[in-house]
Design a binder for this molecule. Structure first.
Ligand SMILES: *Cc1c(COP(=O)(O)O)cnc(C)c1O
Length: 359
């Protein structure tokens, strides 16, 4: 597959803005090229090539830096990918449902043709259904695994089938890969030239506030994205925060282990509640839970100061709430509040007041 042919001509032929700071600078250099304030460190523009951050990620994952770029959250990368590989006239964007909402919002913002395909009843991917929906056109297929909001990992066999048979870009969003035991797709970039993997520092890595998303892809894809992106898309403190987190990966592993343990504990506790119909198995840091009445449960929790995500209007998600795994105390409180449903009201205590008692 010729990846260069998939890149829209206007992007392929784009003469990118050459920022003053795109020259590699060593620490000794005197920078008089970018009209910056010379007195303070904060006066300097961020490195548009993200060299330090990309090198740190390359070292951490043992992958070549040429396969890696950072974005202002993975949301920015989704937007860039749509602009690089999907054309209003000729391309299609296929999005299995239910899934993360930003793919469709960003595709529609660009007036692209969006084809929704239903996942199977257990939220598994049906490769043939996805391929059929492309109707022979190229463009982008968005696969989210572990999937948000269902939490499951797609079967490798089905994903491979999509990758092999689609002559366009397949985005595999692995925002929750750290919580899953199945192998990461970022290690298979060499095998599939059309595979584009997304990860983020927003979930397991505890840096949602910093907005750092990652894309792993064929160097030709990365090169196109580097030429398209705003030169200073990831600010210096965010780049540094991500590098610092990579050095604290032991801490991150502890967080992940704790959340996985709590996830399984919550699965068991929630399943015992009379108001719960089903708890879906999850490879992520959240659970999709089917209640007898999701709206009523949502309101009940909200009145007591616990906010969860009401997914009950999504396809295949009738009466379902998505619940992020919290700290031990928060999870205990969630269980306690849900257990009090249909029993005597919990009085005037809000969840936060109760939490303060527990901690
Ligand atoms: C949370 C989430 C993201 C958002 O990532 P950012 O890096 O914070 O933009 C992307 N994809 C999925 C599936 C998510 O759930």
């Amino acid at each position: 597959m010729d990846i260069n042919k998939l890149i829209l001509p206007r992007i392929r032929n784009l003469q990118p803005y050459s920022s003053a700071r795109s020259e590699a600078i060593d620490n000794e250099a005197i920078c008089m090229d970018a009209n910056e304030n010379p007195f303070v460190a904060s006066g300097r523009y961020p490195d548009p090539n993200q060299t330090q951050l990309r090198t740190a990620i390359a070292d951490f994952y043992r992958l070549p830096m040429e396969q890696i770029m950072a974005g202002n959250g993975s949301d920015e990368i989704i937007d860039l990918l749509l602009r690089a590989f999907a054309d209003v006239e000729t391309s299609t964007v296929v999005i299995p449902q239910p899934t993360y909402g930003m793919y469709e919002v960003l595709a529609k913002l660009q007036n692209l043709d969006v084809q929704r395909v239903l996942l199977e009843k257990d939220f598994q991917l049906n490769a043939d259904a996805v391929l059929d929906a492309t109707r022979g056109a190229t463009g982008i297929i968005f696969l989210c695994s572990p999937n948000n909001p269902s939490g499951n990992v797609f079967q490798v066999r089905e994903v491979e089938k999509v990758l092999r048979n689609f002559k366009g870009i397949v985005v595999l969003d692995q925002a929750y890969v750290e919580f899953s035991d199945s192998p990461a797709w970022r290690n298979r970039i060499n095998e599939f030239p059309n595979l584009v993997v997304l990860q983020t520092f927003s979930k397991a890595w505890g840096l949602a506030s910093a907005r750092v998303g990652l894309v792993f892809a064929n160097p030709l894809v990365i090169n196109a994205l580097l030429r398209m992106k705003l030169p200073y898309n990831v600010n210096t403190s965010s780049q540094q925060a991500a590098i610092a987190m990579l050095q604290k990966s032991a801490q991150v592993r502890c967080w992940v282990e704790s959340l996985k343990y709590e996830r399984e504990r919550l699965v068991e506790r929630l399943a015992q509640l009379p108001i719960v119909e089903r708890v879906y198995p999850s490879d992520a840091n959240f659970l999709l839970v089917k209640f007898i009445d999701a709206n009523e449960t949502y309101d009940f929790l909200k009145k007591r100061g616990i906010i969860v995500r009401n997914r009950s209007t999504d396809v295949l998600c009738e009466n379902m709430l998505r619940i992020s795994i919290g700290t031990v105390a928060q999870n205990n409180l969630l269980i306690a509040v849900l257990e009090s449903f249909n029993q005597a009201p919990v009085g005037n205590s809000s969840a936060v007041q109760l939490l303060n008692k527990i901690v």
